[in-house]
Write a protein of this length. Structure first.
Lengths: 945, 484
């Protein structure tokens, strides 16, 4: 750097002289004319001894070099663009000298003339540098600084876009791609957005630039050499992180060593210290334990568990809690649910005929089991991609193959149907395990990542022989039927009986209906069209109002629901020991894989052989399949579940982080490509990935590292948050805890836990909760509401129906079951109130909670209120809460019209299994139940501390 | 008057502009004082910063369109099962000549089939002389408000996938419907009512079910709300019957009181306020939704006009009248499903019945919208998921022939805001099997619908699974010929 500056300076001396002659003015002499001015006005702050903003103004070299952040203060040959002049004139904030009088214009003009007579810097090859970069500094950058920098500086980088340098503009944002097209302003998104021909118009919410200003930027773009863009693209095209192998990064050293509990903290704190941010204080022990419980098992602690921890909230006691929860089988239910999101798990086919896939629940149980047993992640991958091929994995391995059978099975002809299947499997496999949007490369080379179209089909050909099918597969000893045989038999029996009853009812009622229908049709058919009634008996709908009694209507409704849905053979075989597994077809014509032009199965291009991603292997060679015994999928599985694969471990540790913090270190956890969010935490991800692999791919080990950090324990508030928000608006640096709503399943489960109604039994076929029958009627699936005990199991065991998601789950941003769900939304919408405040489920549960409280603490209202808060929040109510709640109980209990005794019978809509809850107290119980309902609706109930 | 109060009063007006003094007082009692909602409203809006936060979190507040919209609302009448083009709006005299002539052709497999002439008589209507079959006598009187698109085609020939396609622009489930895209782009004007309403046909199951009005990858708030014909119009709109309004108010009051301290100590979470606001909104919807569907309050004349008194047309009349009441109250997108069009057999009888069920209600809807000045700001779309064939299997010739599925030609019509009434665009071949001239695809229809609502289909995007997605995939072209 120094050498270059000196060279420029030496080169410019003759030019100074030459220039001055041309201008016909006496040349300005630095030492004689300029230096004294600077000495007087600037050097009090900008000396080498104590440079403000790192800027030294003692020599020409120093000014050309400039400050580390602010850049050069003078641009040789360009006074108008030189920050020095602009600061002196007040065009740039702050006007210089700060705190002193502005310089007279004559003096500024003198400095400007001196700058202008300097020769522009020479390019390395000796020619004058292309005008572009020069114009950028003087013409364009000031405009961008003034209008765009608030959002698109290297600090703020909204949409990943930084506009500070030419290169940054050419590279563009992570999501939208390049901001300018060198040599073509019309095609440049920057210009389009400034003009408003492309939305959103920029500056967003600000005054549009004048046409003259836009034209100035456009001219600069037009004169850029298109080759420049190509060079930039080449530079960024070389895959860097995350395509490079994972190496163990060094743990950075930090100033505040005390804060570091483990290396996770060191990585985060190092980043914070660089930006002069201080982490928030730790959350209260109560908040921490609640956070931990929801993190690991998706449920709150009991008041007793909280009491135990609060008596000794030491780090040792905390670690003990972590271990206790990791060993708790509810951990697998909660973390298994995360995986089921990714695996697009559903119990039904999807599409119009949304029949249950009756045995897929065995895959769901398999996932829960794998998490509980801390199955090594590499093995977990192999089981799901090729569990049949790894003989040593036995039947458990085969159950993992459910992963390959969860595509949406819409009706389509053979070829198209096959494409739907194959693309689902390829896309899901690449996004879930490797964080790649390989699906984009099905129709063309990937636009952003080094994934050529051929690679898509080379990966696809590992799956080409796959057939997904139902097979006999005996239950093994860890599965629900053998773990809990009694419950299995009970449910099986109930199912058969239920089925018989429905079929009989349907038959009888249909007969009755059809008789009355003919009668009805003759009645309503218009005279001139009476021939219809005869020709199309079956087509004229039977209006509901000819059914005389409410009971008849209800029966009719049920029959409508049931008939037609139970002709499926799956229904009778519901409890058979079968499983969906994949088998490779031996037929050669199924196996041949072609590149398909535009992804269209009708347009075959060249044939390809199985091969891995060229961006990782560095070549496009086919894999060696000589002597391969068993499925070719095992080759792919081994390649993915491998330390050499740069993506697998990184993607998984990021997901674990995501589920603990509500957001990943890479915010697009299934897109690690250049179109994803990217991350400033590459080294932390690498360190975790390294530890992950070193631990033998132990997920629980990563939990321990994350949970035992101070970053995890941060409080949700920060005294300087307003100030920090400006520096790091998205809290990308983790200086504070983000507010996170508990997931939909946790919400439902927590309500069951605090009401005391939770049925903890695990596994087995899904239960059918009682829901709105009319809505359900339009779903494509059949439905037999389960017994109340079954319905009170954890939400992970509900039927996951693609056409009829449970409303409470759906409105609280439950997963889209049609494809891999990477990230639950966090929307706040009115129907959430319907489900949580008006629904039958919360009303029933709050009554159960009230009963529970009464039986635990007796009739004293004060004790009841305290217990209610303890159950819901594991804390005592504040004096205000106590007063209000007591007043509420007293007041509402007083007026007789509010004493309705609510029997559970009234609420249980569906039938048959109404639970008999006796012993509910008179008087206060109704309002205590209301209090419980209110508590489970509070913000504090759905948001974590 | 503070902003919050203003909005609140505005909603009183909006709820029903014709509320009498009694009604208004009752409203203020029930929704104002009793609930203490003014307290919350001012809590929410008293501070500009909080108001901004609350706004940011409500994804359905009205948004600025891409360009000046022609239509404020859209009523999409989905004729499920696919109506036949040559029996409704695209007469084919040549086909009548061929009636009964055998043809060997592949439909699924190669089979012997027969041409089927239309059993319906066509007549020109209005000044524009649009041809319609005698299924639609009443609709004929609205001919000059309608633009018929004859050369439409789509991408699937199976009911479910074609229904997905007509609704979401994709044959596979998982993508947002046209209604969801619309409210994602525009928000909605009446926060007390759902922004996107679906009125189902209770007789038939909709192919593919709720996927057709799902939000797909868009925010959950944009999904369509199905209004039930019985019980609560929306699932759990109201609490269980034994919870009186008074009790509900008490509960809400305590809820607000207990929520307050938590709000104070969590300033970084804007959703807390939005949540509290939603409880109020939900409470108001309890009254607003049933009110908007209360057809008994309509004058006798109107009820007769729609055909509510006729058993055959009653179901469709009900939905059409509800649709008018909903768009009148600022609902952005209403989708009406009307099934039974899948006439593989006996098209003469079946389609005739569909005509009797729908002709009067649909005509009444157009006229009613017009007389209220609403047709200028409401886009009405009519059509099914695909078209039908000119021939039929021999099997049905004894019982009465019908028509099978055809994706290569179908007919749709549009009316209302921004539509040049009395237009016919596009031409199919002489048997109505394939499009010939001025051909438009489903994506083009979607682009036209969005365009009339003020949205540019190319700019209405959402980043999902690696790229920006659109309703029209790579874009559709507007059906220029029918635009006013």
């Amino acid at each position: 750097m120094k050498w270059r500056v000196v060279a420029i300076l030496l080169g410019s001396i003759p030019a100074i002289l030459a220039g001055s002659h041309l201008l016909g003015e006496s040349p300005v002499d630095f030492e004689r004319d300029v230096q004294p001015l600077l000495q007087e006005k600037c050097l009090s702050c900008h000396t080498a001894a104590a440079p403000q903003s790192d800027l030294v103004m003692e020599s020409i070299e120093a000014m050309l070099e400039g400050g580390e952040k602010a850049g050069p203060s003078i641009l040789a040959g360009d006074s108008a663009g030189s920050p020095l002049v602009r600061h002196l004139r007040g065009e740039l904030e702050p006007r210089m000298p700060v705190g002193g009088d502005p310089l007279p214009e004559a003096q500024i003009a003198l400095i400007a003339r001196w700058i202008d007579q300097m020769a522009p810097p020479a390019a390395p090859d000796g020619t004058a540098q292309a005008a572009s970069s020069h114009d950028f500094q003087s013409q364009v950058k000031p405009l961008l600084e003034q209008n765009c920098l608030a959002c698109h500086s290297s600090q703020t980088h909204q949409s990943g876009l930084v506009v500070e340098t030419e290169t940054a503009l050419l590279k563009g944002g992570a999501i939208q791609g390049p901001a300018i097209v060198a040599g073509n302003s019309r095609e440049s998104p920057l210009i389009q957005r400034l003009r408003g021909t492309r939305a959103p118009r920029m500056p967003m919410n600000g005054q549009p630039l004048s046409e003259e200003q836009i034209e100035r930027i456009a001219r600069w773009i037009d004169q850029l050499d298109p080759a420049l863009a190509a060079r930039t693209a080449e530079d960024s095209g070389k895959p860097g992180w995350p395509w490079t192998p994972v190496a163990q990064p060094e743990v950075p050293s930090v100033k505040n060593q005390e804060w570091v509990r483990n290396p996770v903290d060191a990585f985060v704190l190092a980043k914070l210290e660089k930006q002069q941010l201080e982490p928030a204080a730790p959350v209260s022990p109560r908040g921490l334990l609640r956070r931990l419980y929801f993190s690991l098992i998706g449920l709150p602690p009991t008041p007793e568990e909280m009491g135990r921890f609060l008596a000794d909230p030491s780090p040792e006691a905390y670690r003990l809690e972590v271990e206790r929860l990791l060993a708790d089988s509810r951990y697998g239910e909660h973390w298994g649910r995360h995986w089921l999101d990714l695996a697009r798990y559903s119990d039904t086919r999807g599409g119009a005929i949304d029949d249950p896939q009756t045995h897929l629940w065995r895959y769901r149980d398999y996932v829960i089991r794998a998490f509980n047993q801390d199955r090594p992640y590499d093995r977990f991958i192999k089981e799901q991609l090729a569990g049949d091929a790894f003989r040593t994995y036995g039947d458990e391995g085969k159950l993992g193959l459910g992963f390959l059978g969860l595509w949406v099975k819409v009706e389509a002809n053979g070829q198209q149907g096959r494409r739907n299947y194959i693309t689902d499997v390829v896309n899901t496999t690449s996004s879930v395990f490797m964080g790649l949007t390989l699906g984009c490369a099905q129709c063309h080379d990937h636009k952003y990542d080094p994934l050529p179209q051929a690679d898509y089909f080379r990966i696809e050909s590992f799956f080409s022989p796959v057939n997904f099918d139902k097979q006999d597969l005996a239950f093994h000893q860890y599965e629900m039927p053998l773990q809990d045989p009694e419950r299995w038999e009970t449910r099986k029996k109930a199912w058969k009986e239920h089925l018989e009853k429905i079929k009989e009812n349907a038959k009888a009622f249909k007969k009755e209906l059809s008789e009355r229908q003919i009668e009805h049709q003759l009645l309503v058919a218009p005279q001139d069209l009476k021939d219809w009634a005869h020709a199309d008996q079956k087509m004229i709908p039977f209006p509901k109002d000819t059914l005389r009694t409410a009971e008849e209507k209800e029966r009719s409704r049920k029959i409508e629901l049931m008939t037609g849905r139970f002709a499926n053979p799956n229904v009778d075989g519901y409890y058979d020991p079968k499983a969906y597994v994949v088998r490779d077809s031996p037929l050669q014509h199924n196996i041949a894989t072609y590149v398909l032009t535009g992804g269209n199965w009708r347009l075959r291009a060249e044939q390809v052989q199985p091969g891995f991603l060229s961006a990782i292997t560095g070549n496009s060679d086919p894999v060696d399949m000589d002597g391969l015994v068993g499925s070719r999928r095992q080759l792919l599985a081994k390649w993915i579940a491998n330390r050499e694969n740069p993506l697998t471990a990184r993607v998984m540790v990021n997901r674990i982080w995501q589920y603990h913090f509500g957001k990943g270190l890479v915010a697009t956890p299934s897109d690690f490509g250049s179109n994803g969010s990217g991350t400033v935490h590459q080294d932390l991800i690498d360190w975790l990935a390294w530890e992950f692999m070193e631990s033998g791919w132990s997920i629980k080990e990563i939990h321990r590292l994350i949970l035992d950090s101070n970053v995890y324990a941060l409080s949700m508030t920060h005294p300087r948050s307003e100030e920090y928000e400006k520096v790091d608006p998205g809290n990308l640096q983790f200086w504070v805890r983000d507010p996170v709503r508990i997931p939909a399943e946790s919400l439902r489960d927590t309500i069951l836990a605090v009401s005391g109604q939770m049925n903890p039994s695990m596994g087995g076929p899904p239960f059918f909760p009682e829901e709105n029958l009319e809505q359900m009627a339009r779903a494509g699936t059949w439905w037999i509401p389960s017994s109340p005990e079954e319905v009170n199991r954890r939400t992970v065991y509900t039927i996951q129906s693609r056409s009829y998601p449970i409303p409470l789950i759906k409105v609280f941003d439950g997963p889209n079951l049609d494809e891999s769900c990477v990230d639950r939304g966090n929307t706040t919408v009115t129907p959430q109130v319907f489900s949580l405040f008006n629904g039958k489920f919360p009303h029933r549960q709050s009554r159960a909670m009230a009963e529970r409280i009464q039986s635990e603490v007796g009739p004293d209202p004060l004790k009841q209120v305290v217990r209610a808060f303890q159950l819901a929040f594991q804390r005592d109510p504040s004096p205000m809460e106590k007063t209000r709640s007591l007043a509420f109980l007293g007041e509402s209990g007083g007026a007789p019209e509010h004493r309705e005794r609510l029997s559970l019978k009234q609420v249980s809509l569906v039938q048959n299994h109404e639970s008999e809850h006796g012993g509910m107290g008179q008087g206060e119980t109704g309002s205590l139940a209301d209090l419980c309902l209110i508590l489970i609706n509070l913000n504090e109930f759905v948001y974590l501390e | 008057m503070r902003k919050g109060e203003f909005e609140f009063c505005d909603q009183v007006e909006r709820l029903d502009p014709r509320l009498g003094e009694m009604g208004r007082r009752d409203f203020v009692y029930r929704f104002g004082k009793g609930l203490g909602s003014l307290a919350l409203t001012s809590l929410l809006y008293g501070d500009g910063r909080l108001a901004a936060a609350a706004r940011a979190e409500n994804p359905l507040l009205p948004k600025k369109p891409h360009f000046t919209p022609k239509a404020k609302s859209c009523i999409f009448m989905f004729m499920q099962g696919a109506p036949s083009q040559m029996d409704t709006f695209d007469p084919k005299p040549k086909l009548n000549e061929l009636h009964g002539k055998p043809i060997l052709r592949k439909y699924g497999s190669l089979e012997k089939r027969m041409y089927v002439g239309s059993p319906f008589k066509f007549k020109r209507h209005g000044q524009s002389g649009i041809e319609m079959s005698d299924m639609f006598t009443e609709l004929g009187t609205c001919a000059d408000d309608i633009a018929v698109v004859r050369a439409m085609h789509t991408s699937s020939e199976a009911h479910t996938t074609a229904t997905f396609f007509m609704n979401t622009g994709v044959t596979i489930p998982g993508s947002p419907s046209v209604g969801a895209w619309t409210i994602f782009g525009l928000g909605t004007e009446n926060q007390n009512l759902p922004a996107f309403v679906v009125l189902p046909d209770t007789r038939t199951r909709i192919f593919g079910g709720p996927i057709n009005w799902a939000n797909g990858y868009l925010p959950a708030a944009t999904q369509g709300t199905l209004l039930n014909s019985e019980g609560d119009p929306i699932v759990d709109l109201s609490p269980p019957a034994e919870v009186t309004t008074r009790r509900q108010e008490k509960n809400l009051e305590l809820l607000n009181q207990l929520n307050a301290p938590y709000l104070d100590v969590h300033p970084r979470n804007p959703n807390l306020l939005a949540r509290m606001r939603n409880y109020e909104l939900a409470f108001r919807m309890q009254a607003a939704v049933p009110e908007s569907l209360d057809l008994d309050s309509e004058p006798r004349k109107i009820r007769e006009m729609y055909g509510l008194d006729n058993k055959i047309s009653e179901p469709m009349a009900r939905k059409c009248l509800m649709a008018r009441r909903l768009v009148e109250r600022g609902v952005r997108f209403v989708q009406i499903y009307c099934g039974g069009w899948d006439s593989h057999e006996n098209i003469a009888g079946e389609h005739k019945k569909r005509g009797m069920e729908t002709d009067r209600p649909i005509a009444a809807l157009l006229k009613d919208l017009k007389q209220r000045g609403l047709l200028d700001q409401t886009l009405v779309v009519w059509g099914g998921e695909f078209g039908r064939t000119a021939d039929n299997t021999m099997d049905f010739f004894r019982t009465g022939p019908g028509r099978d599925h055809n994706k290569n030609a179908m007919v749709m019509w549009l009316a209302g805001a921004g539509i040049k009434g009395g237009t016919v665009v596009g031409e199919t071949d002489e048997l109505g099997i394939k499009c010939v001239e001025d051909v438009y695809h489903t994506h083009d229809l979607h682009a036209t619908m969005l365009g009339l609502m003020g949205l540019d289909d190319m700019r209405l995007t959402y980043y999902h699974s690696g790229r920006f997605k659109r309703l029209t995939d790579l874009g559709g072209k507007q059906i220029k010929e029918i635009l006013a």
